[in-house]
Design a protein. Structure first.
Length: 244
């Protein structure tokens, strides 16, 4: 069937069944307009007082569950924040007349607060034997010479501990000007004829040959004959304790 014949048939049907006074355009426009999505709130909104009561109870339960679930995590965050009470307990707050009176009310002037580290404890020394001081190469730090009696002297291969605070105990085998040698029997030697590791110290440190001591010293090195040797640097006299 051709398009013209179809159009004629439809025109005859409309002319026969639809009166001339009928206006179809309002209905056509209404169907062509986009429909607005109806809100679901009217259907969910309670219609009675009991409905509102149950809705309120459900909201309270949901809020309580969220507080119970996320409360510990939030409290941890606030506990990590430094507080003035913590600083005062640890004696880290320096007194610089921070309290002021403004309009008759006492307050703390936070703009001038000074926090110090005076209450911090020194690091705990690492217990170690003389043979393990120094260690192998690490970055730009050369390895110390392990045994001067070997031919040629071999470099150490242990973990590098240069700069760490170490605790060593042993017998004083020699005393020199600004140093002494400490031996714990682990087979530590250098280019000198004295067994043990060289301990570099101040002139006021008093030790005697044959004395047994415990020291807290910083792992270091010294150079002799183009060779890196292990050494320990004693910070002060309080870092040395005589055993007998």
């Amino acid at each position: 069937m051709k398009e013209q014949e179809m159009a004629d048939i439809l025109y005859d049907i409309v002319e026969r069944d639809v009166p001339d006074s009928a206006d179809l355009w309002p209905g056509i426009r209404a169907r062509l307009r986009p429909r607005r999505r109806q809100s679901r709130w009217p259907a969910l909104r309670p219609a009675t007082r009991w409905g509102w009561a149950f809705l309120t109870l459900a909201a309270v339960l949901v809020l309580s569950t969220m507080v119970y679930a996320f409360g510990p995590a939030i409290s941890r965050v606030f506990q990590m924040m430094p507080s003035w009470q913590y600083l005062e307990e640890k004696h880290l707050l320096q007194d610089v007349d921070l309290m002021q009176t403004v309009d008759g009310e006492r307050l703390l002037n936070l703009a001038e607060a000074r926090v110090t580290l005076a209450g911090q404890q020194p690091p705990i020394p690492l217990n170690i034997v003389c043979r393990d001081t120094g260690g192998g190469a690490s970055g730009r730090q050369d390895a110390v010479t392990d045994d001067a009696r070997a031919e040629p002297p071999a470099a150490a291969t242990g973990l590098n501990n240069i700069g760490l605070l170490l605790r060593v105990a042993g017998k004083v085998t020699a005393v020199g000007d600004g140093f002494f040698y400490l031996d714990d029997g682990s087979g530590c030697t250098d280019s000198s004829t004295f067994p043990g590791v060289r301990v570099i110290c101040a002139q006021d440190v008093s030790v005697s040959d044959g004395q047994y001591v415990v020291i807290d010293a910083v792992s270091s090195t010294y150079y002799d004959g183009d060779t890196t040797w292990r050494a320990l640097v004693l910070p002060d006299r309080q870092s040395l304790k005589a055993i007998r």
